[in-house]
Design a protein around this ligand. Structure first.
Ligand code: SF4
Length: 115
């Protein structure tokens, strides 16, 4: 395997950190109180346990609720930035989120290699 120069590693690291969600606690989307009240899952008729049971039927139901949620982006970004290991956030299970992060890292690396 070809070794990357220290400058190249620095550029790639910077690019990776741009592509991954911010973990800045002061950022608006990282404060759930700024968007949680508008969430579909915050409605009285929604059972919050649906989002944590992890069985196929419940996962499907929870994802359906997320589909029309107006704060889906904020929710997903929040979960990604915190490395949430449980539950459905932004319409994604923990496995979905891990795949998304892996794909983003791979794409960032590929972009870096091509340049
Ligand atoms: S995207 Fe789903 S889990 Fe996130 S706030 Fe909306 S309904 Fe709740």
């Amino acid at each position: 395997m070809r070794r990357l120069s220290p400058e190249r590693v620095k550029v790639l690291r910077a690019r990776l950190s741009q592509d991954l969600p911010s973990v800045d606690a002061n950022e608006e989307s990282n404060r759930p109180e700024s968007w949680r009240s508008r969430a579909n899952c915050a409605e009285d008729n929604v059972n919050p346990e649906l989002f944590y049971i992890g069985l196929d039927d419940e996962v499907r139901q929870a994802k359906r609720i997320c589909l029309g949620c107006v704060v889906v982006d904020e929710c997903l970004k929040y979960a990604l930035s915190r490395g949430e290991e449980y539950g459905i956030w932004g319409g994604m299970t923990v496995d979905d989120r891990k795949k998304l992060l892996r794909r983003r890292r791979r794409e960032a690396l590929q972009r870096g290699v091509r340049r």
